[in-house]
Write a protein that binds this ligand. Structure first.
Ligand code: 4UW
Length: 576
């Protein structure tokens, strides 16, 4: 049985497949709410600095011209992967316009998590084949170390502007060019020739190379095409139009006056597409914060009269636990809370509702491999715990472990989806592509059920995760990556990494280890193993769930770790 979006939603507009994202986002011709032209797409939540829509169009053009000259690139020369740019920065108002500048040149943006260690960043630079790295002063030393490890010359490391408040008194060091200088130089350079893309080119060309471990293994470069992002932006817009149909229209479009918070990392698909593309496309003003800090975030809500919060469950839990701090700020402008990237516990949702009764909680579900949103809840049709209804253009199936298709409601199985936002695949990884994608369908690795909602709509509930992935504060942690790293430590003969529930982070990684003959006492080995992760991996990958020793890691006859067994043992141990 194929589950479909409800017929009541606005139909999906045709998805252009011969233009880059930059053209779609900046040219009124492509249906961007006319009203959006009068709003500043990105505003700095620390300084209030912003560029108008018109100025953003110019900035993108200047970035593109400056970059073309600097790196000797041209819109119609080379493949997109000849023009891959790595970005390793905290959130800034310039980041997404800069990405569009790269797209204007037909290039690829590969954003990396700002919490990465030099070793993690080196992996992404090498795997993505980045030809240049754009970073910021607070992350410069990590970026330089990674660039050196990856063999990227120092003169291919550039700096993006970030607010002084987070520079810690540091100045832009000499010897590095900044995006601002590229834009300045771009102003006086000749206009760029248009991209001469024919039909379908935007569907074939990668625009973003984000990293995800998918259902198993190491993080992989997810090839997200221009059309994928355009499709998801239009899918989200069509969905939103449905519930805004009762609101005043300007030129046939609902008046969209939302001010949303952009504090989730712009390197992650949620912030990248949902907040920073779908938002400005429909006219949201996005208030960008470099990172999450409770007081700064609350002050921004009050100062900018934020109406839409885009959060992950751990931030919601943090707010609930810090009511003494939250109550000092006027948060009455907030109308909607969007949550996704990890399950929102029912208790948390109910507690939030109690403290903020006027805020509608909306949950979305999706993946990097679907260019974000697959399903979302609509106001008036919110059921706590549900991830809402499938977006226009999405088809979904639920499959049993035996490969049978589920044909009834309320029966769990793996969610398999087809959508114009399903990505092109993983870069240079045929094996993972075969396991994950087939005929436009994509295996999500999530266990789901579909139930009838209040308005006869079909609601999807994510009930468990079948794949190996661990989600810490909404961010991906690949067990295979930590296992490979742990095996490089002399105290570890064999190991498995599993997720264990955590009140604040949702989940945290725990290592199950077979000690080597040379390992010292249990206490010493635990300390050494934890430190080995802390020294080389981003904080969200640290073994907050601890280390447990076993005589042997349970494996299938083919050598696969029996993760479910380990997880069940862990559950049992905690129950006692
Ligand atoms: N409930 C339970 C959920 C949920 C979930 C995702 O890092 P990625 O690849 O991607 C994301 C995407 C987040 C997102 C999607 C749609 C949306 O509307 C929104 O915000 C409102 C955010 O995190 O991880 C993908 C994996 O994350 C889990 C699930 O296991 C999925 O395969 N996941 N959303 N609502 N689990």
């Amino acid at each position: 049985m194929v589950f479909l979006p409800g017929p009541q939603y606005a139909p999906l507009d045709p998805i252009p497949d011969d233009i880059p994202i930059s053209e779609f986002m900046l040219n009124e011709k492509y249906g961007r709410t006319p009203h959006a032209q009068s709003r500043d797409p990105f505003t700095c939540g620390l300084t209030g600095k912003s560029y108008s829509s018109r100025a953003t169009v110019d900035r993108v053009d200047h970035f593109a011209r400056g970059l073309a000259k600097e790196l000797g690139w041209a819109p119609n020369r080379g493949t997109e992967f000849d023009k891959t740019v790595g970005v390793f920065s905290v959130n800034t108002i310039d980041a997404v316009p800069f990405f569009w500048g790269v797209h204007r040149l037909g290039g690829v943006v590969s954003p990396a998590n700002a919490a990465y260690s030099a070793a993690e960043l080196k992996y992404q630079i090498l795997d993505s084949g980045a030809k240049a790295l754009f970073t910021c002063v607070p992350l410069l030393s990590v970026a330089l170390e990674a660039a050196a490890l990856a063999g990227l010359p120092k003169n291919r490391v550039y700096l993006m502007d970030v607010p002084e408040a987070i520079m810690g008194g540091a100045k832009v060091p000499s010897g590095f060019k900044t995006t601002e200088q590229l834009a300045e130089a771009g102003k006086s350079l000749p206009s760029l020739e248009p991209l001469n893309w024919g039909p379908g080119e935007g569907a074939r060309r990668t625009a973003f190379l984000c990293y995800s471990s998918g259902t198993s293994g190491l993080p992989k470069g997810v090839m997200i095409s221009h059309r994928n992002v355009i499709a998801n932006t239009l899918q989200i817009t069509a969905f939103e139009k449905y519930h805004r149909a009762s609101q005043p229209l300007t030129n046939g479009q609902p008046l969209h006056t939302d001010v949303s918070i952009g504090l989730l990392p712009q390197s992650h698909i949620y912030a990248l597409v949902v907040i920073c593309h779908a938002g400005p496309y429909r006219g949201d003003q996005v208030v960008i914060l470099p990172k999450f800090e409770l007081n700064v975030y609350l002050r921004a809500i009050q100062q900018f009269k934020i109406t839409s919060l885009f959060l992950v469950p751990p931030i919601i839990i943090n707010m609930l636990r810090s009511q003494d701090v939250c109550s000092k700020y006027d948060l009455s402008s907030v109308k909607t809370l969007f949550t996704g990237a990890a399950p929102l516990g029912m208790e948390t949702a109910l507690d939030f509702q109690k403290v903020y009764p006027n805020v509608v909680i909306r949950q979305g579900y999706g993946l990097t491999e679907t260019s974000t949103v697959v399903s979302s809840t609509l106001p008036g049709d919110v059921v706590l715990g549900s991830s809402g209804c499938f977006l226009p253009g999405v088809e979904a199936r639920i499959m049993t472990p035996e490969g049978e298709e589920v044909t009834s409601y309320d029966t769990p199985g793996e969610l398999v989806v087809r959508s114009p936002s399903v990505v092109l695949g993983y870069l240079n990884n045929e094996k993972a592509n075969k396991e994950t994608f087939e005929d436009g369908w994509m295996r999500t690795g999530d266990e789901a059920v579909v139930r009838k909602g209040p308005n006869d709509t079909e609601h999807v509930y994510i009930v468990d995760r079948i794949k190996e992935l661990i989600k810490v504060k909404g961010l991906q942690v690949a067990p295979a990556e930590l296992e490979a790293h742990l095996l490089t430590h002399p105290a570890v003969a064999d190991c498995a990494v599993i997720a264990i529930p955590d009140d604040a982070a949702g989940e945290v990684p725990k290592a199950v280890v077979v000690k080597s003959a040379s390992a010292g006492s249990d206490e010493d080995a635990i300390e050494a193993i934890k430190k080995h992760v802390q020294d080389h991996k981003a904080r969200h990958k640290w073994l907050k769930g601890g280390v447990r020793f076993m005589d042997a890691i349970p494996k299938s006859p083919s050598g696969k770790i029996l993760r479910r067994l380990l997880r069940d043992q862990e559950k049992e141990a905690r129950r006692k």
